[in-house]
Design a protein around this ligand. Structure first.
Ligand SMILES: Cc1cc2nc3c(=O)[nH]c(=O)nc-3n(C[C@H](O)[C@H](O)[C@H](O)COP(=O)(O)OP(=O)(O)OC[C@H]3O[C@@H](n4cnc5c(N)ncnc54)[C@H](O)[C@@H]3O)c2cc1C
Ligand code: FES
Length: 509
């Protein structure tokens, strides 16, 4: 991710600027050492911090829509009146400054006290006890949003992980590559939970749910009652049923502990074998190459990621990894791992000190099944993210919801979707009726190339390419029956944001 510059850009806003200096409703300048973005919206001028609170994305290169600014990197959205991070993945607000008009010029004054967010607040008859099962993207975002909406009741968050909620996407990227310190990982420091009266219980496995009694039973036998329950149990890596897959040097990657184990193994490794050429597998391949480990990738498909991105981007991803020294064994499979030697279906073996299996994930549905909730290749929820039991909501990788944009019930495995669903579920557990209608978004990072993808296309008739894929400057539109279902882009972040806005305005009939 880009570093913040030391010298702030643009004019000194305390000296004033003219409205005619604005381009597309915004102007980047500074107040002292801090870069500040001026935004013109509904005839007013707002001054907010110029860097996204997620990974410091440059908001001056983002998109202004109504009273909000969207970040070009991972599509967070901020309310420019209050600074609030209205849509994940950013969770913290932007700083806000006072603005004055003097002699026809716009002058930025001192910082404003952080204004209150504008979202609907908890009602007087809000439920007393909310239990969240899952300490990942969706569970954390829900707990944080409950407090942001002034919910005063009890929040218990149960997680069978031993780490508090972490920035999971980083586990296959900068942190695994050794270019991000560990303190980037926690979504919030430990004292956040005590200060916000969120009872986070780690290493706590939930064994059962009784929707009639409104109780959850923990692995140790203790039971907890709830008024509203959020199920956000995520997904777990698929394990390969093959001889040798249970050896200590064969890894999967989901948790911080998994990631630390791979980093430890990579320290002494000369060669790694990655099984699977999709997102996790190839991001791991890139990170291990950054650590100087030789990487071989074995996968059954002809082109990496073709099923999601199509042939042109698939070929690009393959070439990108080959430029960095990754060796592919495509249309092949590993049949057994005997010590360090992995046997290939085609014939021959690959010797590897470390094996990472990235062959997909399976939603963790055991609790939902046991509780008798409606299930259809995921936990079925309505547009308010409510399951078939009215007091139980679901969000994140387990939830299959009615997506108004594709017109289909979909389940995805995207960080931003999980967080936004957690936020919507929080509002609805407080008695509001907010539809989950966000257009799905994900990104994937390979070396210095980020692919941004908006929408959802499981099938398409045509892919049109604008720009040049090989030159890393492109935007691809995936259409079915002439309708754009999804857009993928490389280094065309503003266009990707515009595609998101266009999709928001069209829903399937
Ligand atoms: C390495 C990695 C990199 C990724 N990179 C990207 C990316 O670049 N872009 C992107 O869009 N997406 C990415 N993803 C996917 C993204 O992280 C997931 O979509 C997201 O984490 C889903 O959130 P969730 O809350 O549904 O599940 P999770 O974040 O997995 O959280 C589930 C939680 O539930 C807990 N749990 C489950 N069962 C129980 C139980 N019975 N009792 C108690 N606790 C339980 C788990 O311990 C965990 O705390 C990545 C995923 C991984 C693993
Ligand atoms: S840096 Fe802004 S959304 Fe990630």
């Amino acid at each position: 991710m880009a570093q913040e510059r030391n010298t702030p850009q643009g004019p000194d806003l305390t000296q004033g600027v003219a409205l005619t200096d604005f381009v597309d409703g915004k102007l980047l300048g500074h107040v002292g050492d801090e870069e500040v973005l001026l935004v013109q919206s509904s005839g007013e001028i707002f001054a907010v911090g110029a860097h996204c609170t997620h990974y410091h994305g440059p908001l001056a290169e983002g998109l202004i829509t109504g009273e909000s600014v969207r970040c070009p990197w991972h599509h967070a959205c901020f309310d420019v009146c209050t600074g609030e991070a209205a849509r994940a993945p950013a969770l913290s607000p932007l700083a806000c400054w006072k603005v004055e008009r003097r002699d026809g010029r716009i002058v930025v004054k001192e910082k404003r006290e952080q204004p209150s967010p504008r979202g609907a607040k908890a009602k007087a008859n809000a439920p007393r006890k909310i239990v969240i099962i899952g300490g990942g993207a969706a569970g954390f975002a829900a707990a944080e949003m409950l407090r942001r909406r002034d919910y005063r009741g009890s929040i218990v968050m149960l997680s069978d992980d031993d780490a508090s909620p972490v920035d999971r996407p980083n586990l296959s990227k900068d942190y695994l590559a050794g270019s991000a310190p560990e303190d980037w990982l926690p979504l919030r420091p430990d004292d956040f939970y005590t200060e916000n009266r969120i009872e986070l219980r780690l290493k706590t496995k939930v064994a059962g749910i009784d929707p009639r009694q409104r109780k959850v039973t923990l692995g140790g036998g203790e039971s907890l009652s709830y008024d509203r329950l959020l199920l956000a149990t995520g997904a777990e890596p698929v394990r390969l049923p093959m001889p040798g897959a249970d050896q200590a040097h064969v890894h999967t990657l989901r948790s911080l502990a998994d990631c630390r184990a791979i980093i430890d193994a990579a320290k002494g490794a000369r060669r790694a074998l990655v099984i699977g050429a999709s997102f996790i597998g190839l991001e791991v391949a890139a990170s291990l190459r950054t650590r100087g480990v030789e990487v071989h990738v074995v996968a059954p498909e002809a082109r990496p990621m073709e099923r999601v991105f199509g042939p042109a981007l698939g070929d690009f991803v393959r070439a990108l990894h080959e430029e960095h020294g990754v060796v592919f064994h495509l249309q092949d499979a590993v049949t057994a791992i005997d010590g360090k030697s992995a046997a290939l279906k085609s014939s021959g073996t690959i010797d590897a000190d470390l094996v990472v299996v990235g062959v997909g994930v399976r939603p963790r549905l055991a609790l939902a099944e046991q509780a008798g909730l409606a299930i259809d290749r995921g936990l079925t929820v309505n547009e308010y993210l409510q399951t078939s039991a009215p007091d139980i909501y679901a969000a994140g990788d387990i939830a299959r919801w009615p997506d108004p944009h594709s017109g289909e019930r979909i389940r995805v495995e995207h960080w931003v979707v999980a967080e936004r669903q957690g936020q919507t579920a929080a509002a609805n557990m407080l008695g509001h009726k907010e539809r989950f209608d966000a257009v799905p978004f994900f990104w994937s990072q390979h070396y210095d190339v980020q692919i941004n993808y908006i929408g959802h296309a499981e099938r398409w008739d045509t892919i049109t390419v604008e720009g040049d894929v090989k030159a890393r400057d492109c935007l691809l539109r995936y259409r079915r029956d002439r309708r754009v279902l999804a857009v993928a882009s490389i280094y065309r972040d503003l266009d990707n944001l515009k595609a998101e806005l266009a999709m928001e305005q069209v829903t399937a009939r």
